[in-house]
Design a protein around this ligand. Sequence first.
Ligand code: NDP
Length: 254
Amino acid sequence: MTFGVDGRHALVTGGSRGIGRAIAARLAGAGAIVTILGRDPVAIDAVIGAREAHAGFVADVTEPDTFRKVIEDAVAQSGPVDLLIANAGQASSAPFGRTNPALIQRMLDVNLFGVVHSIHAVLPSMIEAGFGRIITIASTAGLKGYPYVSAYCMAKHAVIGLVRSLAVECAMTGVTVNAVCPGYTDTDLVAESTERIAAKTGRSRDDILQELVSGNPQKRLIDPPEIADAVLWLCGMGARSVTGQAIAIAGGEI
Ligand code: NDP
């Protein structure tokens, strides 16, 4: 099933690992022409080598000038971007007392402004074409609070505000704007958080993982392909009336 993405040019930020890689693979499998972005050229080459993307560029989403250049190169190679999956993100944790302005800025730079820069880079050509799909990979942390990650929660809540506003602004253009909000998902991001907590507290990784998934009524980590399936559906023509939504993929947590 192609979901109508056949031949569409998809740009997946942070497509080199984790959720972004699963999305790239799913879109490529459905016939989209997939370009991925990330900071590690070796990881990008591995995804292309596995035929889970057609092209890749090294770019940091926090640098708008790099974005403009990369979009020009990607467009020259594969045509204007039809499907933007703004997925790249990072999660740092700290109690609020140690959540200083530098940490907040770092979380906003990657998780919020990274999304803003990528949308700025592709929206004009989507509007001109009369078609586009903008999907941000936000988080349940954009819909509810979690302890020790207030800076991350601020950024993800802001992304959902952006999605809701831009969806209305673009309603008559053929461009839809949505957020997919995973709960804890089985990627490096969760593995690194578990390592960090283990190093700080001396607790076992199993114990920490049990605590992380305890908020999910299904008591398990989400698999990245589950997120990819939701993204593929949102990219298709069947989802043309779905815009401004924040869709939780979280086992009933939200
Ligand atoms: P991973 O750490 O596994 O992968 C993150 C991806 O983003 C990598 O491809 C990484 O590539 C890229 N990336 C990170 N920072 C930048 C940057 N500054 N510029 C360009 N690329 C960057 O994370 P996940 O796959 O788990 O997370 C993907 C998204 O899903 C994030 O937005 C995250 O907040 C969100 N999410 C994740 C959840 C989880 O439990 N895993 C739950 C809810 C939401 P590289 O490092 O090579 O640049």
